[in-house]
Design a protein around this ligand. Structure first.
Ligand SMILES: [Zn+2]
Length: 238
């Protein structure tokens, strides 16, 4: 029929490609933040229930709210900002998931914990540290997470990996209100990216994926040092 393009039915859902959402939900007053960082909130500005024409929220958040990435500019004035990152490193990237759920509060993750994964460490790979600490999200214990040794981080960089993620507030140890910043300087100093506050990494381990892929895509925030992401993993071998 001229003038009326035929509508195609959407493809059926593909249960073979079930994704694991590695992102914490953003809920008012439930999102832990580093000392002094903005708190998260979403409040209705226009409200259907109050007679407005539509629902519209005003969001308040920081560049490091919830599950998010740190760009090099977070620690380095000359470093890349979020809008300058190589998205190929963050989109459908092969993931190395290290099971560290035996680690306790403030316990160090050193090279011996990671070295068995050396064969998979290469440029383009994403290293994910599964401590299981996301179970403490929104509790005081969340700050007492295991942390990555700076020398181990250096060796990971030496293997060509440039994206390191974890299910904790930081890859560095928290001391009081701040973290030490050591691993931040190593990874961001190499032009790498840090992904913080991931969740469900244990499910990713237990799923036994042969070739897990992840996407960790930031908002296109011009000149910004970090951005919330929607982090998703799926089996790439099918
Ligand atoms: Zn951050």
């Amino acid at each position: 029929m001229p003038g009326t393009p035929a509508r195609q039915a959407p493809p059926p859902p593909d249960s073979e490609r079930a994704a694991i959402d590695l992102t914490h939900p953003l809920v008012n007053d439930k999102v832990p933040a580093c000392h002094g960082h903005p708190c998260y909130s979403a409040r209705l500005t226009f409200n259907l229930a109050a007679g407005d024409f539509a629902n519209v929220h005003t969001l308040t958040l920081g560049s490091h709210t919830g599950t998010h990435i740190d760009a090099p500019y977070h620690f380095f004035l000359q470093g890349r900002t979020v809008d300058q990152l190589d998205l190929a490193l963050l989109c459908a990237a092969p993931a190395i998931v290290v099971d560290l759920r035996h680690k306790r509060a403030h316990e160090r993750i050193d090279w011996a914990d990671l070295s068995r994964h050396v064969p998979a460490m290469r440029p383009g790979a994403v290293l994910l540290l599964c401590t299981g600490w996301s179970r403490h999200w929104s509790t005081p214990q969340y700050r007492d997470h295991p942390f990555l040794d700076a020398d181990a981080a250096r060796r990971v960089m030496d293997m060509g990996v440039r994206v390191v993620g974890m299910d904790t507030l930081s890859p560095d140890e928290m001391t009081g209100d701040e973290d030490t910043g050591e691993v931040h300087r190593v990874v961001l100093g190499e032009g790498g990216v840090i992904v913080e506050n991931l969740t469900r990494l244990g499910e990713l381990v237990d799923a036994g994926f042969q070739q897990p892929l992840v996407s960790l895509l930031p908002l296109n925030l011009a000149g910004c040092d970090g951005s919330p992401v929607r982090a998703v993993a799926w089996e790439g071998s099918r």
